[in-house]
Design a protein around this ligand. Structure first.
Ligand SMILES: [Zn+2]
Ligand SMILES: [Zn+2]
Length: 305
């Protein structure tokens, strides 16, 4: 597998000399392009993995299905008939847009890839180590992802459903995706339920219009997706939150050194602020922004990742 990064500059002009696949990163796992500096804010990160493409296509298909059919079958007809206010329609589209934005950004954001030649402060050298797979220096809580083919800072796990690693720089986006997917699937389930049991009597006067407009099979499909997504996302969101609040990644939880974990003394505000890169709580919910890492007063370094 390999990753491809796209920047806001033309590809040819943005690749510095000698940046493509140095011997240290050669082999089947390699970066096609290296982003030269941190001043380039807009950059896309694609993992070349057909299985990942399949998974993220399924997620996108579920989002598209519900974002198209729920307004078409439920929201808009009842809005035009005056059964629901415009605010419900507006909120559904907002939830749908935020869910898509979080999915797009989580899957295309750099999860925290280490540079080829990192600057390591002298005082932190004891907290860095050499990766024996890509021969690059990395902080101790980093992990080498075999699907992406590189090391990721504070890697949580590789998620095929977003076709990307979840690491230090996009963990907040993954958390947002779990949250907005929960909101959207719950919203969908409530609307499907209302359609069956509340709106249906309202349209019985016009049965022919009802049967052509309300495709029951489509609604059942939507309800099934809503149940699966809401159950899965709620479980995942809970797992992610407990990991963040205990300052423990999924990889660390699964490791044999699990006795060392669950000892974080951070407050929940501090833990979430560090993940989201800001203390402004409203910004925690906004996917369309750039994350700047907070200056942490203390770091936990573990030798087993
Ligand atoms: Zn590595
Ligand atoms: Zn990965």
């Amino acid at each position: 597998m390999r990753t491809l990064r796209m920047t806001n500059k033309p590809l040819a002009s943005s690749i510095p000399q000698g940046s493509i696949c140095s011997p240290a990163s050669s082999g089947e796992d390699r970066a096609v392009e290296r982003v030269p500096s941190a001043d380039m804010k807009l950059r896309l990160h694609f993992v070349v993995d057909p299985i990942g493409w399949l998974c993220i296509s399924a997620v996108f298909g579920i989002w598209l299905y519900n974002s198209f059919f729920v307004p078409k079958l439920v929201l808009l007809p009842h809005y035009h008939e005056g059964h629901i206010p415009w605010a419900i329609v507006f909120c559904y589209y907002i939830a749908s847009a935020l869910c898509f934005a979080a999915l797009f950004r989580a899957s295309t954001a750099d999860p925290g890839r280490l540079p080829q030649d990192p600057h390591i402060p002298h005082s932190e050298r004891e907290h860095w180590e050499l990766c024996n797979k890509c021969n690059l220096m990395r902080p101790k809580r980093s992990h080498h992802c075999s699907r992406c083919g590189h090391c990721v800072r504070r890697m949580d796990h590789h998620c095929p459903w977003i076709n990307n690693c979840v690491g230090e720089d996009n963990h907040w986006l993954f958390l947002q995706l779990c949250f907005y997917a929960q909101v959207l699937s719950l919203f969908t389930l409530v609307l499907d339920f209302c359609q069956y049991y509340y709106f249906q009597p309202l349209t019985q006067l016009d049965q022919e219009k009802f049967t052509t407009r309300h495709e029951l099979a489509l609604l059942r499909g939507s309800a099934l997706m809503g149940v699966v997504m809401f159950g899965g996302m709620t479980s995942l969101f809970y797992t992610q939150m407990t990991g963040i609040l205990s300052d423990t990644t999924t990889i660390e939880k699964m490791s044999q050194f699990s006795n060392e974990i669950l000892n974080s003394k951070k407050k929940w505000q501090r833990a979430l602020a560090e993940v989201c890169g800001t203390r402004w709580k409203l910004l925690w919910l906004l996917p369309l922004r750039m994350r700047q890492p907070l200056q942490s007063g203390h770091q936990h370094y573990r030798s087993h990742v």
